[in-house]
Design a protein around this ligand. Structure first.
Ligand SMILES: Cc1cc2nc3c(=O)[nH]c(=O)nc-3n(C[C@H](O)[C@H](O)[C@H](O)COP(=O)(O)O)c2cc1C
Length: 202
C-alpha cells in the first residue's frame, strides 16, 4: 500500500517536472534571442523611452555585479533634460574623415552615464561599469529598444568641466562610460554577430 502511494506521488510530480523543464528551456531560448538581438544602435528616433521602461533598465544596471559588492564605487546619472542634452551634443560633436559632423549620441534622448571613484591601479572600476552597461543594454533589447555603448565622445566631454557640471555627478566620481538608449530606426531582431571572441578549451 505504501509503495502504491509512493508511485502515485511520483507520477503526480512527473507533469510538474515536465512543464518546469519546458519553461526553463523556453526561458533560455528567449534569453539567447535577446543576446542575439542586441546591437549598437547608431540612429535613434525622437521617441522618448517611457518612465516604466527606463526604470527597468536602470534597475538592471543598479543591480549588476560589482567587485567586492562595494556598490559605492559606481554611480549612475540619467540624462533626459533636452537643454542639457543639446549643450552636450553641441560641445562634443565628432568629425568623420570627410569633415562632416557626427552626433556622438546618434540622436538618442536618454543617456545613462556611469561614473566611479578612482580609477584604481587595476582599473576594476571600468569592469564594474561595463557589467552595469551590458545589463542595461540587454534589458533595453528585451524591451524592443536600441542602445549603444558610448566611450569615444567622453574624451571630449572630460575636457569641458562646464558641461560635466551640468550632470551633477557627486564629488569624487569620474565618468567612465555611458549608454545611449532609445527607439532604433532599424528593427531590433536576432542577427548574425559582427564577430566572435576566439576561445580555446583545455
Ligand atoms: C567598451 C566599448 C566602447 C564602445 N564605444 C563606442 C562608442 O564610443 N561609439 C560607438 O558608436 N560604439 C561604441 N561601442 C560599440 C562597439 O563598436 C560595438 O559593440 C561593436 O562594433 C560590435 O557591434 P554590435 O554592438 O552591434 O554587436 C563600444 C563598445 C564597447 C564594448
Amino acid at each position: 500500500m505504501e509503495a502504491a502511494g509512493w508511485i502515485l506521488l511520483r507520477l503526480g510530480f512527473l507533469p510538474f517536472r515536465f512543464f518546469r523543464q519546458r519553461k526553463v528551456i523556453k526561458m533560455s531560448e528567449e534569453f539567447m534571442n535577446v543576446i542575439r538581438s542586441r546591437c549598437s544602435t547608431r540612429a535613434f528616433t525622437q521617441g522618448m523611452v517611457s518612465e516604466e521602461d527606463l526604470e527597468q533598465i536602470i534597475e538592471a544596471g543598479r543591480t549588476a555585479p560589482i567587485a567586492g559588492a562595494d556598490y559605492r564605487m559606481s554611480h549612475m546619472t540619467v540624462l533626459r533634460d533636452p537643454e542639457i542634452l543639446a549643450k552636450i551634443r553641441e560641445g562634443c560633436m565628432l568629425k568623420r574623415k570627410d569633415g562632416t559632423a557626427v552626433d556622438p549620441m546618434y540622436g538618442a534622448q536618454t543617456i545613462i552615464f556611469l561614473s566611479a571613484t578612482g580609477p584604481s591601479e587595476d582599473c576594476i572600476e571600468y569592469c564594474n561599469v561595463a557589467c552595469a552597461i551590458e545589463n542595461m543594454a540587454l534589458t533595453a533589447t528585451s524591451l524592443g529598444l536600441g542602445s549603444v555603448y558610448l566611450w569615444g565622445f567622453l574624451k571630449k566631454l572630460r575636457k569641458q568641466p562646464d558641461l560635466i557640471d551640468l550632470l551633477q555627478i557627486p564629488e569624487g566620481y569620474t565618468i567612465l562610460s555611458a549608454l545611449a538608449v532609445g527607439y532604433s530606426k532599424d528593427p531590433i531582431q536576432p542577427h548574425e554577430p559582427k564577430g566572435r571572441i576566439a576561445v580555446n578549451y583545455v
